[in-house]
Design a protein around this ligand. Structure first.
Ligand SMILES: [Ca+2]
Ligand SMILES: [Ca+2]
Length: 352
């Protein structure tokens, strides 16, 4: 296990150097992808790459019948909506082109899934997350205690802001000397796509498709806007989401009130009544990652049938315009389904 961990550190450091050479970026996308000796990314739903598939797959007989539990969800009425943009900020991410999608009615969670929600799931099913199985997860350096940082390999400590922290998981978001007791209403983090999929199944739900997520993000605004509420980041000088203020990555002035995650109920909702669609934590979607999109209209698109990375949307509390201007509805990023990090969570959706 130690050899694997060291290998992860070496690969991680290498990838960060590679990313640096490509210009400024938040390095919260594929750089964070979990690397294993047995790379089995690309497997389908329910697969657990930590080699404990029986334990990590939610047992069918433990699903609760909560199909009718629409509380905490908003219904998005069927219609034809525009997604993507013809003014991409990150062209290589596949933010464009702008295209029409026709969606059936669907429900989507009003809030990001919280630690309280996930604890309920873990208690009911015994689910162990992939971060718990692998024994580590990625954390932003500035959130770690000096003690935790001192235990991390020197070579990694020299790398920029992302550090793989041993024994870090959703219960211990900044490593063993941290807990979630005072943040049960914060979004759960350090959950992989596989973990998120298992949770949604247990709730009788599923992850949203990328198109559903983006339509939900846009909040019913008729014309294309950057953010769920409009084009101005801080209308009337009020913060509308939890991102990074100050100078990234050295100084987080937290003018929005939060250095790390915020409670899922913070900040005003968008036109559909949805909170923190952008900012706070990135959110997994069900689509495989691809950067080429047809501009032809599509009906209930679900993305490609296979791939290596899953699409995540919305940006996080670590995003700043200078480094990761991805707290926009059209923005997107990617990770392998077994990856976890301290700024990556999810919400669920449901077909009618
Ligand atoms: Ca903040
Ligand atoms: Ca979010």
């Amino acid at each position: 296990m130690r050899a694997v961990f060291v290998a992860v550190l070496i690969v991680h450091t290498f990838l960060i150097k590679a990313a640096e050479s490509e210009g400024t970026d938040c390095q919260c996308g594929k750089v964070l992808n979990r690397k294993t000796n047995d790379d089995q990314s690309g497997k389908t739903e329910g697969f657990c790459s930590a080699g404990e598939s029986e334990a990590c797959t939610v047992k069918e007989n433990k699903y609760e019948q909560r199909i009718n539990a629409h509380d905490g969800m908003a219904m998005i009425n069927s219609g034809t909506f525009a997604v993507g943009t013809n003014q991409p900020i990150f062209v290589a991410d596949g933010e464009g082109p702008r295209r029409n999608v026709t969606l059936d009615d669907f429900y989507i969670d009003v809030y990001e899934v919280s630690n309280r929600d996930f604890e309920e799931f873990a208690k009911a099913t015994g689910h162990r997350t992939e971060a718990e199985k692998f024994g580590d997860s990625f954390v932003f350096e500035g959130l770690l205690s000096e003690e935790t940082k001192s235990k991390i390999n020197e070579a990694v400590a020299q790398a920029p802001w992302w550090l793989p922290v041993k024994d870090c998981n959703w219960r211990h978001p900044e490593g063993p000397d941290s807990d979630i007791l005072d943040r049960m209403d914060h979004p759960v983090i350090h959950v992989s796509w596989n973990d998120a999929t298992a949770f949604c199944k247990w709730r009788g739900k599923r992850l949203p498709t990328e198109s559903e997520w983006e339509v939900a993000c846009r909040g019913g605004l008729v014309t294309e806007r950057l953010f769920p509420w409009g084009n101005r980041l801080t209308p009337k000088n009020q913060h509308r989401t939890n991102i990074w203020q100050g100078v990234f990555p050295s100084n987080n002035s937290a003018e929005d009130g939060f250095v790390g995650t915020a409670p899922i109920t913070e900040f005003p909702p968008n036109g559909y009544g949805l909170y923190n669609m952008v900012g706070n934590v990135w959110e997994w979607t069900s689509d495989w990652w691809v950067t080429e999109h047809s501009d032809k209209p599509a009906k209930n698109p679900v993305g490609p049938s296979s791939g290596t990375d899953k699409v995540k949307k919305g940006g996080s509390y670590l995003c700043h315009e200078s480094y990761c201007y991805r707290y926009r509805c059209a923005a997107r990023s990617q990770n392998t389904p077994d990856t976890s990090a301290g700024n990556l969570g999810f919400r669920c959706a449901m077909s009618i």
